[in-house]
Structures are given as C-alpha cells and as structure tokens.
Design a protein around this ligand. Structure first.
Ligand code: PEP
Ligand code: MG
Length: 845
C-alpha cells in the first residue's frame, strides 16, 4: 500500500491532518509526519533529516507520496530525497496537492489499493469539489475572478492610513550627532517610532525631501540626514505627543553617541609617485602592511529567474520562511560579532534586522507577488535593487555606503530562497583576500590570523566592511581596479593599508621597501606594545589590572600582543555557537589549555556557558519558548537546569587549571542559592577528579559576574561565597534600566553612564571590599577612556576590555590620580542623567 508523509512547519497542524486522514481510512494507511523544528523559541519550521526519517518509516515498493505545506517544507523535502539511495528515490513522489484535502483524498485512494500514480492524481485534484462548490472554478479552471473581483483580495498600501479625526502633532528638531542618521541612529529612530501607535512621517527640511514613513529603516536612512540638518516629524494618533517626546529625547541625546570621538579613516600620507607597473591604487581603509599569496573570495553567484506564479499565497509564504531563516542567521552573526568585535560595531547587524522588518519594503514585495504575480525571488530582488539605488542616489558619501548593508541582507534572503548554502572561506595558509564585494557579514566572520589583508574592488574607508576590518586589525585596500579579480590564486601580493596601494608580484626593490616599512611599522607597534606592556599605574601610585575580554584563541594572541595582563572574561559561548551539538570535555580542555598557554601564566577567567537571552542555541533545547528570553532561562539558570552540561565544562576547566592561572566565573547570578548550587556541582566535579587521580588546581579561584540588580542588592552576602566579582555592565545596565540591550527601540536606556547604574557599581565595590574580595568590571563601558576616571573613582580593582582598547586605557589610567578620580566619581553619582555624566568627563567640542 502507498505510504503518505505529511511535511509541515507546524507539528500541531501535521498531527491534525494525520488524524483527519487516518480517521477516513480507520488507520489502514501508513501515515508519517515530519513537522516543526527542535527550537523552543521558534518551533515552526521544517527539517530535511526529519523528512528523510518519516519517508524511511513508510517506504515500501508501492511508493510514498509526500505532501508539504509551503516554503521551506518543499526545500526540506527535496533535500531529504538526496539522502535516499537512487532506487529508494524512484519510489518517492513529492506532490503539489493541498495539504489537508490532498492528505485525506490520498489516504482514501491508498486504502482503496490504488497505485501511486492514481493516488497522486486523486490528491492533485483534491480541491476541485471545494472550488466547484464555491463557484471559483469553471471550465476555464482556477483563479477566475468572480463578478470582476480578483480571487485573492489585495490590500497593499505603501502609504499609512491616516484618520482625519485624530489630531496630528509635529515637531522640528535639529540632528546634532556627528554622522547624522547613519545606520545605527536610523535604527534607533525607527525602533522608537514603531513602538507607538501613531503614524510617523519625517521630512528632512534642510534637504527639502518629501515626508517619509518613520517606521521604515530604508526611508529614514535615505533622507540623507547629516549633522545640523533640520527634521520635521509629524505624528498622527492617540499617542502622538508621547512619540514626539521620545524621538526628541533620542535626538537631543545624540542617539547615545559620543560626538567627540571621531571614527576617522586612517591617515593617508600623500604619495606623489605615479603608479608603477603592477601597482594598484585604491582607498586606504585599514592600516598595516600585508605580504602574502592571494585567495579569491567570491560570494556564490546568485542567478535568479523571473517567472509568473499562480499561487501567490505559497509564494508569499516562501518569502516569509526565507526571511525568518535570514533573521535567525543575522541573530547568530550578531551574537558572534558582539563577542569578536564588541557590541558597538556588532550593532551594524541590528540595522540588518530592521531592514528585514521594514514595512515599506515588505509592502512593495507583497505588491510584486500579489499584483504582478512575480515569483518571490524576482519580487524581492526588484525591491532590494530599488532600495539600493535610492541609497546610491544620496549625495552624502557616508550614507551611500549603507548600500552594502542593503545588498548584504538582500543576498542573504535570496540565497535562502534558492536553497543555497552560505559560502565559507576555509584558508589553509595565511593569505590576502581578493574580492569584488566582501559584505559586512562576510568580514565579521574573518579570522585575522589567517586573513592577513583584504583587497577589494568595491567599498570605501567608511563602509561597514572597512570599519570591521579596522576593528579586527586586518590591513585593507578597497575600491581597486577590477583587474585584480583576474589574478591567479597564489600570486604574491603586497598591500599597504595606510597608503591604499598594492603591488602584484612585487619587484625585489618594492618588496624590500615594503618589508622595511613593515619592520618599521612592527617596531613602532612593538614600541607601543612595550608601553602597553607596562602596568597601568595612576600618578599617585595605584595599580589597576587591565585585562582582556576574549571569545577565541585568535583573540588571546591579539590581547597579549596588545598588553593584556590576562583574560578578565573568556566568553565560552564561542565554543558552542554554529554547531549542532555541545563541545565535549576533551575539545574544551584543548581550547582552554591552548588559551592558557598563550597567556603564559597570566590569569585566565573562564566564564561558564552564558547562553539564552540574545544567544540562543537551537540544539541546547530548554523545551519552552520564552516571551522574554532575557528574563528567562539564561546563563547560570540554564546550566543549573542542565547539570551534565555544566559538569562537562567544569571538568574541562578544572583539568586545564593544572599548572595554569585559571579562575572560573558564574554568569547571571541572582540568588545565593544559585551560587551555592553551582559551587556544589564544582565540588562534586573536583571530588570525582581527585578520586580518579586527575590533577587540577585545588586553589582555583571562583568568582561571579554582577549583572543583575538582585546581585547588587545582596552583594555583601554573595561576596562571602566567592573570591571575586566582575561587574557586567552590559547586562547590569539593561536590567537596572529595564531596557533590552538588543532592542534598538530602548537600547539607549541601557546606558552604564546613568547614575542609577553608577550607584549600583559603587554599591557592589563597597560590598566586595567590605568582605575583602577584589572587584573588576568587564562591560563595554570600561573601554571608553573618558569613563576611566569614574570607574577608578568608584574603586574598581580591575578592568577587562576588548584587546584593541587596552593600550589607550592603560595610557588614560597613567594620567590620572585616584584622588581626582574619586572627586569626579562622586560628582557623577549626583548627576540626573547619563548625558550630564558624560558632560563631566568628555572633552568639549
Ligand atoms: C556584561 O553583561 O557586561 C558582560 C560582559 O557579559 P556579556 O556581554 O557577554 O553578556
Ligand atoms: Mg552579561
């Protein structure tokens, strides 16, 4: 008898369909289900392995009919076929029939002993009786209009619907932040505007633009708003006044940006020499010299075909599924990037998320599919091209650069729609990458130990690709002639990211000159490094430990080279990301030992797994979807709920502690019970190791992060349980200020400079010192040199920052005295806002 497989995004739906079909045939027909995915947060989805298993469970010589709901269900089913042998595959038929009617009719036909071809024919005709009854079908077939009305109603509007009776309010504001409404502020603007019910229109009066929708990232960004431009913001709706006040606060606070630190592209000394043969001139985008063979990087070419579609709903669903997957990919990238390049630069990818949620863009694609009946790929690409062109048309060069992000997100969705896998760059030896367009997300994934330089035909010094390359310390020359794309892989290239020049197969003389420059460069760096290697001592003789926050083995090398006195925070999440199961004890041990080896007996604080919140791991299933993941099972809560996972990690940490200066640290502690429970598991693991005769450091220090208001409130009690505290202001700020750090609508609230957070830091330090334990701070704020006096004045003993921030921070500390710092801190604690705290310490101008 023919077997039937039901593939659906929803387990409940699939089980319901199976129940219905089974009832018709009294359970005689083999019916298997492959539905939903193993992700408590987003359980809707399909999985090729599940489909394969379902097919295998009903496979027989009579054949198997596979019915799918929509979108990725088709892709998963097609992929599942690839897991079958050719003989098995011949027996399996993917069927375009509607899921519910198709399954019922197919089950009846199969129960009646019909062969697979008859079952398919019956299933495919399953809608006929329904359509005939409703009058949708005539001899001409489906999709007939009835009474001149289209069969599928269209309700697409690119304009907001305004109600005449609801008053409209408006406000004129001048934008003063240094770069105007570039990606991040635009994201905050849109995030804030979308939080309210009112419809927002915004117009750039200085550039005399039209009014655009305030909830569209693309429309707001393409207003071309720069420093000094005047905006007219109009709000229509019940909360018009509130939204205008919120937007005003955002603009007055310069979107939380520091106007004084200028993110300058590297200085470009004037080279007067004309280009020589084999010399390429481009834009100096990230300083440094690289000499290495080249490797071409090409994001997989995406060719799309435009065609006319019949079933618009299915096409729309395909697009929705692809966008959902894209969103998940970007969220993973964001987690990775915030570990590797810090929250501030990683925020670039917040704008990518907003792009996917842009209502204007979605409405335009909807029109393409529903009105023009274009396939999802063609409709999506047409709209992305249009948005990209509107960025290109901007007069402002900086805002023009944001086109890279549009193209990046556009490509991601297309790739997923077409079922292609992402292109990965696996380098076997250190190389220089040649590319026509390395997207910001490609760049964020590069390993600086393997990628010595970037030479690209597009891009500029202010592109996000360049910004990320600078953060990663990879020399880059961008905007070079396309001839480089024809170079043979392995060709030697020399590249000077400071002058923006590169040399193909450089002559001996050029090579010698560049090697000399590289030596000089390295010596200069060495000098700076030497300074960075000196301890950070204030003018009145107080030493502050300056350590690094790292997320990988590659980071630790950079950290040590930059003068880190150890690692104050190893985010172990990196070991668990981008894989399908948790790393085992041996794998973790090898990584912790390798990091400790690079540190040569400097301290290494290993934070136990801190997942959940913004770092979901699909394979570590908590079993329940969470409405507020930041308030859910994250950090230590997750580990205590999964003690085996924690035990494996602790065994690896303890084993690595033998002969190394390793300390362990618990994340997200809220109660004494949690610390005691975590310590009890540690004690148990220590006992097991002792009994097995496995060496470890019996005196390994145990610390905890202070990241929640509850932990601050009971810091005196907690201090009696541990050897040290490390304050995580990224989380502490969001929990104190009740502002989700990943939600651009409220992220500016989560500001560690707010006196509410500063008072929490003060309270924690006092509690720690009262119990004679040391206290550090490892949130992003510690990397801000202007904030150092406040942190020192509050009494912190240790600061842990991203590797690039170590040298400037040490220098800033060496210019201070503790007495001055204490005076500044006590004034800061009395301020009424984060802005006035900043005004105290930031230089004017
Ligand atoms: C923090 O919360 O400040 C912190 C350092 O931890 P993470 O950013 O990894 O949550
Ligand atoms: Mg944290």
């Amino acid at each position: 008898m023919v077997g039937i497989v039901i593939v659906s995004h929803s387990k409940q739906l699939a089980l319901g369909v199976r129940e219905l079909a089974a009832q018709m045939v009294q359970g005689q027909v083999p019916l298997a289900v492959a539905a939903g995915i193993d992700d408590p947060v987003n359980p809707l989805g399909t999985d090729a392995i599940q489909v394969y298993e379902a097919i295998a469970s009903v496979l027989c010589d009579d054949g198997v009919l596979v019915l799918m709901d929509l979108g990725s269900a088709l892709m998963s089913a097609e992929m599942a076929l690839e897991f079958l042998s050719p003989e098995q595959r011949e027996k399996v038929y993917l069927c375009a029939a509607p899921l519910v009617e198709g399954a019922v009719v197919a089950a009846v036909a199969a129960a009646a002993g019909k062969d697979i071809h008859q079952v398919i024919a019956e299933a495919q005709g399953a809608l006929v009786s329904k359509a005939t009854q409703l009058g949708f079908i005539s001899r001409a077939g489906f999709n007939q209009s009835i009474d001149g009305k289209p069969a599928i109603p269209l309700s697409v509007s690119s304009q907001p619907i305004l109600n005449e009776e609801i008053p409209t309010r408006e406000i004129r504001l001048t934008v003063n932040n240094r770069l105007g409404l570039h990606a991040r502020p635009a994201a905050q603007f849109v995030g804030t505007a979308s939080r309210f019910k009112s419809q927002i229109r915004v117009q750039n009066l200085t550039r005399n633009t039209e009014a655009v929708r305030g909830d569209s990232i693309n429309q707001v960004a393409t207003l071309g708003v720069r420093q000094g431009h005047e905006l007219l913001i109009t709000a229509t709706g019940v909360d018009a006044q509130e939204v205008l006040t919120a937007l005003q606060a955002l603009i007055i606070n310069n979107f939380g940006e520091d106007n004084t630190i200028v993110e300058l592209p590297p200085a470009v000394p004037q080279e007067v020499t004309p280009p020589q043969q084999g010399e390429i001139i481009g834009i100096a985008a990230s300083p440094g010299i690289a000499i290495a063979p080249i490797v071409h990087y090409q994001s997989a070419a995406i060719a799309i075909t435009e065609y006319h579609i019949e079933n618009v709903e299915i096409e729309w669903q395909r697009l929705q599924s692809a966008m959902q997957i894209a969103k998940q990919e970007i969220q993973t990238l964001l987690s990775h990037a915030s570990i590797q390049i810090g929250d501030a630069d990683a925020a670039i990818f917040d704008a990518h998320l907003l792009f996917l949620a842009d209502p204007v863009l979605l409405e335009a694609v909807h029109q393409g599919i529903f009105k023009q009946r274009l396939n999802a790929e063609a409709a999506w690409q047409a709209v992305v091209d249009e948005v990209a062109n509107s960025y290109r048309r901007l007069e402002d060069a900086y805002l023009q650069e944001r086109v890279d992000d549009v193209v990046d997100v556009g490509r991601r969705v297309l790739r997923i729609l077409l079922g292609n896998s992402p292109s990965d760059l696996e380098l076997t030896e250190p190389s220089i990458i040649i590319a026509s367009d390395l997207t910001p997300s490609d760049t964020a994934k590069l390993d600086p130990t393997k990628v010595l330089g970037i030479c690209m035909t597009s891009g500029s010094a202010t592109s996000h690709t360049a910004i990320i390359a600078r953060t990663l310390g990879i020399p880059a020359v961008l905007g070079v002639d396309t001839q480089v794309l024809n170079l043979e892989s392995g060709t030697l290239l020399a590249l000077d990211g400071e002058t923006g020049r590169a040399w193909i197969a450089p002559k001996a003389a050029t090579l010698a000159r560049l090697e000399t420059k590289q030596r000089v460069w390295r010596t200069a760096q060495e000098e700076a490094r030497k300074k960075a290697h000196q301890p950070a001592i204030t003018r009145d003789g107080r030493q502050i430990q300056v350590l690094a926050n790292i997320g990988s083995l590659a980071d630790v090398q950079i950290a040590v080279a930059n003068g880190a006195e150890g690692v104050g925070l190893l985010r172990t999440e990196f070991l668990y990301l981008d894989r399908t199961s948790a790393p085992g004890e041996e794998e973790q041990l090898a990584v912790y030992q390798a990091i400790a080896q690079v540190l040569e007996n400097r301290p290494l604080i290993i934070r136990t797994l801190d997942v959940g919140g913004d770092k979901p791991l699909p394979y570590l299933n908590t079993g329940v979807a969470e409405a507020n993941p930041f308030l859910g099972v994250r950090g230590i809560r997750f580990c205590l709920a999964n003690p085996q996972l924690l035990k494996t990690q602790l065994r690896a940490i303890l084993r690595a502690s033998a002969g190394n200066m390793i300390k362990v640290m618990w994340p997200m502690i809220v109660t004494l019970t949690e610390v005691r429970a975590a310590k009890a598991i540690l004690t148990e693991v220590q006992r097991e190791l002792r009994e097995a005769g496995i060496p470890f450091d019996e005196k390994m220090e145990v610390g905890m992060m202070i990241e929640t208001p509850a932990a601050v409130a009971i810091a005196d009690q907690l201090a009696r349980e541990v050897d040290f505290f490390s304050i995580g202001t990224n989380d502490l700020s969001q929990y104190v200020m009740a502002g989700d750090r990943t939600n651009p609508r409220v992220a500016t609230l989560a500001d560690a400079m707010h006196p509410a957070v500063l008072r929490m830091i003060q309270q924690t330090v006092q509690a720690a010192h009262g119990e004679s334990i040391w206290v550090g701070l490892c949130g992003e704020v510690a990397a801000d040199v202007f904030v150092a006096p406040i942190l020192l004045g509050l009494g912190l003993d240790e600061l842990s920052v991203n590797p690039q921030a170590i040298a400037p921070l040490k220098q800033a500390i060496s210019h201070l005295t503790i007495t001055e710092a204490q005076a500044i801190a006590s004034v800061a604690l009395q301020q009424d806002s984060a802005t006035s705290v900043r005004e105290l310490v930031y230089p004017i101008g």
